[in-house]
Write a protein that binds this ligand. Structure first.
Ligand code: SF4
Length: 245
């Protein structure tokens, strides 16, 4: 598939997904063929998608990035989710050699010292494992929502990811947090107990704090960096990225 064809396919898919409910969106992409991978952080949005995949027995691989720095509550939720929905969540972990090299250069918690050091840690613990998780995938499903942050306000339903040569699908792009919470409550979906303690967005333990009233949903992520564009690099729209709006 050429890049132009992929961009056109993403644009067509974006339009088709817009008119469907969540189950319809996931069923549509699951039926496109190829390797379809959903990466979950076990956040509340991702739990909705895991529930749909499990309930409808959709042929979608479920993967998570086990960075080695996750909250104990998150680790427990991985197992609880697998059990409740009879699905397998494949853990992709960083290479020990990469962790050792990072610690030697920056220190184990060197990510507090500079943006460069933080990006390097995310590169080792998230980006490289993500590359393995998505190797050979044709579709990458995420739980991104437009309401999560200003940086995600224009999230499309489908877009071509030229760096990974696949189509990225965001089936919850137009869901707001109240709709997510209602779905979870009405369907008995297990969620991270940290959400009740002021953590709407949950990542690695040393890099996530509870938010204050009025702050954006992702304000507790890398809170020491005074930058509205804070991201771990998994979902950054590069200048070359092509969004199918
Ligand atoms: S979120 Fe923090 S601990 Fe996790 S990979 Fe990024 S810098 Fe490292």
């Amino acid at each position: 598939m050429t890049a132009i064809t992929a961009i056109e396919e993403a644009g067509t898919l974006n339009s088709r997904l817009a008119g469907l409910d969540l189950a319809g969106r996931l069923s549509l992409v699951a039926g496109l063929g190829g390797r379809v991978v959903f990466t979950t952080s076990l956040g509340i949005e991702d739990q909705v998608i895991s529930a749909e995949i499990g309930d409808h027995r959709l042929p979608i691989e479920v993967a998570t990035l086990q960075t080695g720095r996750l909250f104990p509550e998150t680790l427990a939720l991985i197992e609880e989710t697998e059990s409740q929905y009879d699905i397998r969540i494949v853990r992709y972990e960083p290479e020990q050699g990469d962790i050792d090299a990072y610690a030697a250069k920056y220190g184990l918690n060197g990510f507090y010292e500079s943006v460069e050091a933080r990006h390097a840690c995310c590169g080792v613990r998230k980006l490289k494992p993500l590359a393995r998780a998505l190797s050979g995938a044709t579709i990458w499903i995420t739980g991104l929502r437009r309401g999560q942050s200003a940086n995600r306000a224009d999230t499309p339903f489908a877009e071509y990811d030229p760096e990974r040569s696949l189509i990225k699908v965001n089936p919850l792009a137009d869901w707001d947090i109240d709709t997510i919470r209602a779905y979870v409550a009405n369907n008995g979906v297990p969620v991270n107990p940290l959400h009740q303690r002021g953590y709407p967005s949950i990542g690695c333990e040393p890099c996530t704090r509870a938010i204050k009233p009025g702050e954006s949903e992702r304000a507790g992520r890398w809170w020491w960096e005074n930058d509205e564009k804070r991201e771990c690099g998994l979902h950054v729209h590069e200048e070359t990225a092509v969004a199918a709006q």
